[in-house]
Structures are given as C-alpha cells and as structure tokens.
Design a protein. Structure first.
Length: 237
C-alpha cells in the first residue's frame, strides 16, 4: 500500500460531539464580540476605540484560557494531502455559515449532502466528507489561530502600537508560546519596540519551537538597526 493509499483509507476515529446542542464550535467562540465572530479579513479597517480595544483584550484572553479551543486533532498520515481537502471543506463551511455562532451540525450535514449529490468528488474530498467530525476539530483549531492573527494584525497596523504595550506584550508572548497568531504576535512585539517587548522577543528567539519563532530573531535584528528616539511607525514589515 502506498502513502497515498494510506491517507485515502485512514480513519481518524473521531465521534460527533453533542454537548451544546446543534452547535459545532465551543461557546467561547460563539460568544466573541463583533467583529471577531467572523469573517476576519476586514478587521484591520476597524476603528481602535477604547471599547474595541477592550474587546480585543477579552478575545485574546478567551483564546488563551479556554482548553476547548485547543482540541486534539488527529494528524492524517503522510504525505498530508488530506489536509488540503479538510481546508477546502472548511472554506465552504465558512462561506455557508460565516459567523462562529452560525456553524451547526445540521448546516454542515446539509453541505455534505449537497456536495455528494453534485458528485464529481475525488477520493480525498470523499474522505473528508466521510470524517467531517475530524475536519470540524481542525476548524476549531484553525479558527483560534485565525482570530488571534487578526487581533495582532489590527493592533500592529495602529500608527502608535506601543500604546498597547501595557497588556499586549504579555498576551503576544503567550500566544506565540501557544502557537496561535504567532507571526503577527511577533510582528506586534517588534512594532511596539519597548524594553518589555524586546525582552519578550529575546525570550522567544531563545526557545525551540515552531519555525515562525525564528522571526523573533529577525525582529530583534531590525529593532537593533532603528534609531531609539522619535516616534515609531507601524514597526518592521
């Protein structure tokens, strides 16, 4: 049996959860304030009011503290092509149910039924539909990462991101350690450029971990080349 055959016949053994009725996503994701309940592509244009900044801090706290947002997701066997079919199905779920509180099992099952009725599926697409529970676990994991990324992106685009240092530095470092929104969290730490954020980058650059942590060393290098007086812009890009 080839590696591709292994992936096509792999069974993740994930059962459907019904702890919260018809909802797929945990309650903490469903209750996130607008605009972090999705979609997230336009959040960078959102005004940074005190209320919205408080919401952003709350969102990061939820993402870090709720263990339900870090489920164990079975890893398909090599060569990993099944993950592409998962991602494809997840995009279709969000297109059909674009808010975190709108993702339901009945909606997912209807999407699966319609795709099968249309036909023309290749083998890995069919495997994703056959084990939609595993795909939804992956959706939870990816959603947590996407939302954290959107918060840090929104903060880093502020003309003076160092004004968030009092609370954002600690949360950015914790998110990198947790593996969520890591690239943009590091970008924000570089943009803030205070002693606390530099110290956080130094700690992160010294730790083994995800490849994106190497960006902490890059951000430190860019900060070292910048003048330490005068107003800062949006930080290293």
């Amino acid at each position: 049996m080839s590696e591709l055959d292994d992936e096509e016949t792999w069974d993740p053994g994930v059962e459907r959860w019904r702890g919260e009725g018809d909802y797929v996503l945990p309650a903490s994701l469903r209750s996130l304030p607008v605009p972090w309940d999705g979609p997230w592509s336009g959040i960078e244009r959102s005004e940074r009011t005190p209320e919205r900044l408080a919401d952003a801090q709350h969102v990061l706290t939820v993402l870090l503290d709720d263990p339900a947002l870090a489920p164990h997701v079975p890893e398909p066997p090599a060569p990993g092509l099944l993950l592409h079919a998962w991602e494809e199905l997840e995009r279709e779920v969000w297109a059909r149910m674009p808010r975190t509180g709108a993702v339901t099992w009945s909606g997912v099952d209807l999407l699966v039924r319609e795709k099968r009725e249309r036909g023309g599926l290749y083998v890995l697409q069919e495997r994703a539909l056959s084990h939609v529970e595993a795909v939804m676990l992956d959706l939870i994991r990816r959603t947590r990462d996407d939302i954290a990324d959107s918060v840090f992106r929104w903060l880093a685009l502020d003309p003076e991101p160092r004004r968030f240092a009092g609370w954002a530095v600690d949360m950015a470092e914790r998110c990198v350690v947790a593996g969520i929104g890591s690239d943009m969290a590091i970008e924000l730490l570089g943009s803030i450029g205070t002693g606390e954020s530099v110290a956080a980058l130094e700690r992160l650059s010294a730790k083994p971990g995800p490849a994106s942590w190497e960006d902490a060393e890059t951000a430190l290098g860019m900060l070292a080349q910048e003048p330490r007086s005068g107003p800062r812009g949006a930080g290293p890009r």
